[in-house]
Ligand binder design. Sequence first.
Ligand SMILES: Cc1cc2nc3c(=O)[nH]c(=O)nc-3n(C[C@H](O)[C@H](O)[C@H](O)COP(=O)(O)O)c2cc1C
Length: 200
Amino acid sequence: MNTIETIQRRRSIRHFDKDFKIPKEDIDQLIKLAMLSPTSYNIQHWKFVVVDDIEKKQQLQDAAIGQVQVTEASHLILVTTDIKAWEKDMSDKWKNVPKEVGDFMSSSAREFYKEKNQLQRDEAIRSASFATQTILLAATAMGYQTGTMIGFDFDKAAEIISLPEHHIISNFVVVGKGLKEAMPRGGQLPLEKVLITDSF
Ligand SMILES: Cc1cc2nc3c(=O)[nH]c(=O)nc-3n(C[C@H](O)[C@H](O)[C@H](O)COP(=O)(O)O)c2cc1C
């Protein structure tokens, strides 16, 4: 499946085969691919919480208005993101370049985000969103079905996974073997309503 076909094939699936388990190597591969997604200053705000524990999954389903895909999909991944990642040590993130380049990137990032609370949060969500799309497309290309969700109680979900300080949950991702085809697409806007040339 090429990239264009993968994008066209990806749909939000809500019913999964409960008995089907994706091998761990494939889940690791999905996370490794997600980690190649672009981030501002290579900050890599993300942490991916793969929830295995059945009780926790059930609690998360309850927190997600009972949405069955939370427990029925082979894997549930909570894409979490660190709002303060920009001010933390970045040496790992620039370890392959000369130290002065890494130091420059790190101090530039701190300068860029300092005291801009809204931007810090936007950036964390932006990174998580790119990573989420990578997971959705990679899983589709690997022959799995996926869904992403924000229909859940964020505070309850944070408590269930013991979310650390300064982190937020961006969204859930479910991945597995879909049982039903998605309904026809709800309806995409016409190109002329979304493609703007030069300015509004
Ligand atoms: C940020 C976000 C949150 C979503 N939350 C939910 C959700 O809680 N439950 C659900 O069933 N679908 C959810 N969806 C799926 C959307 O309904 C779906 O992407 C949209 O209808 C377009 O359909 P498609 O993904 O099949 O192209 C969400 C999608 C996004 C991007």
